[in-house]
Ligand binder design. Structure first.
Ligand SMILES: Cc1cc2nc3c(=O)[nH]c(=O)nc-3n(C[C@H](O)[C@H](O)[C@H](O)COP(=O)(O)O)c2cc1C
Length: 456
């Protein structure tokens, strides 16, 4: 069997993910493997048609295409995203169509499922036959049970091919809102007072609606809204995954990204992020922006900001994209509002954009950030444990931040709960005591609130 591996790690072969592929190669040596470092070589692939064509020719001959990548910001790295864009832009879908495929990732399991859902949907769009995904924890390969699991995954996958198992498409093709938004007369601007607004966009010729939506928003605030186009920003490339930033948040790139993030966005109260749907995410330029924010490690660099996502394209058909952006905001301690051009009516879109501006200013004035949902509550526990544990050495900046901000909030640190458990857990074994507690458990649950409500 001929297996083409599309390596999504910007680190090329010196990557955690590729160790998992190497393990598969060792365990199943009868198959022929060809690995393309598409993320590492993205510049060459973009510039040189022959390099791109070579990969596509290899895909054409494959029995199985394996998308192997590290998780970057709940998705694939921006360089890999760019490769996927190129496949569509250069009309190379036919080479992938009908091929069996699967995805393999390594990560710390923070939103691994959204990355695989994205790749799965891309495979559906390419007409591929998606046989499943394998989401490995970074260090799983060190554990015998996990090695055996990976081996079984490969066996299951290979049998799908040998049995020519039919595969159903799971993601419906996207239907794009294609109508020209014509903004009406300028709105009565909302008073921004001392609140600072920055509009970050990747607007280019690909979507007139996106540019017009940001144009409308520029007029919607009484103060100046600074407009930054990611195409013009001095950002020299995607995150390399080198983790040099882990020690003191210094990125190896000496470009304008840090100032854009810390000075321009850091000074803003309201950040509007405007973009157009490209395949099933925003553009790889946007992905590059998110990936590069990794120089802050796991420190929420934009905490407390009001975020307006202004999106041209079929967001309602992309719950995975909505989830990724919502979770990014939640984990960053921000409030996110969304507006898209899906309403299909200029007057209605004017009203939605104007209302979004008003709501963002109101949110900034009263400092409203919603309570965390599972996205950030769960995320915090993953990061807390990793930064306290095996990531501490490489991510010293995170470690100090977490310590200074009381974020190592392990349950065993809560003295009150420990004393409570020490006394009552043995007591609950006594049938009479247990009966008394459980017979009135509803009141025991609300009893701690009595004081707050009495004094309110
Ligand atoms: C920029 C960046 C973003 C990351 N984002 C995530 C993430 O969203 N979820 C996760 O579980 N791990 C995330 N990670 C961790 C990597 O997925 C993990 O270290 C992976 O094993 C690296 O694989 P590689 O060596 O093959 O590149 C991120 C790492 C980097 C450098």
């Amino acid at each position: 069997m001929k297996i083409i591996v599309l390596n999504g790690s910007p680190k090329g072969s010196v990557s955690v993910t590729m160790q998992y592929v190497a393990y598969m190669q060792k365990k199943f040596p009868a198959h022929e493997y060809r690995i393309f470092n598409v993320a590492l070589d993205i510049r060459k692939i973009e510039k040189d048609d022959a390099v791109f064509g070579g990969i596509i020719d290899a895909v054409r001959t494959a029995d199985l295409v394996l998308w192997a990548f590290p998780l970057y910001f709940m998705l694939v790295p921006s360089q890999y995203k760019r490769f996927i864009e190129l496949v569509f832009e250069r009309h190379a879908e036919e080479a992938f169509s009908g091929k069996y495929t699967a995805s393999l990732s390594t990560s710390i399991h923070f939103f691994d499922y959204t990355a695989h859902a994205y790749v799965h949907a891309i495979c559906d769009d390419l007409g591929m036959r998606y046989g499943g995904f394998y989401s490995a924890g970074m260090r799983d390969l060190l554990i015998a049970e996990e090695r055996s699991r990976l081996e079984k995954f490969a066996q299951v996958l290979f049998s799908i091919l040998s049995d020519k198992v039919p595969i159903q498409r799971e993601h419906a093709p996207l239907v794009w809102p294609s109508w020209p938004y014509v903004p009406g007369p300028a709105p009565e601007p909302v008073r921004t007072g001392r609140k600072k607004v920055v509009i970050l966009t990747d607007s280019d010729d690909s979507s007139a609606n996106c540019a017009k939506m940001t144009g409308r928003l520029m007029q919607a605030f009484s103060g100046t809204a600074e407009l930054v186009n990611l195409h013009d920003a001095d950002i020299r490339g995607g995150c390399l995954g080198c983790c040099q930033c882990g020690y003191d948040n210094t990125c190896v790139y000496a470009d304008g990204y840090r100032d854009l993030f810390t000075k321009t966005l850091g000074a803003a109260d309201i950040v509007i992020m405007a973009g157009t749907v490209h395949d099933r995410y925003l553009s790889s330029i946007w992905k590059q922006f998110f990936d590069r924010s990794f120089f802050k490690g796991h420190i929420p660099g934009l905490k407390g900001k009001q975020i307006g996502f202004v999106i041209a394209g079929p967001l309602q058909q992309l719950p995975n994209l909505k989830e990724v952006l919502s979770a990014w905001a939640d984990n960053g301690g921000c409030r996110a509002l969304f507006v898209t051009d899906e309403c299909g009516d200029s007057g209605k879109l004017d009203a939605l954009l104007d209302a979004t501006a008003t709501r963002l200013v109101k949110g900034a004035e009263i400092g409203y950030i919603p309570p965390h949902t599972f996205y950030a509550v769960g995320g915090h526990k993953i990061f807390r444990d990793s930064i306290y544990g095996d990531m501490r050495l490489a991510f010293q900046a995170d470690y100090h931040y977490y310590r200074e901000h009381g974020m190592f909030d392990f349950p065993r640190k809560d003295l009150r709960t420990r004393i409570f458990n020490a006394i009552f857990v043995p007591l609950i074994k006594i049938p009479g005591f247990r009966k008394k507690i459980f017979s009135d458990i509803k009141h025991h649950m609300i009893q701690p609130f009595e004081g707050v409500l009495r004094n309110t």
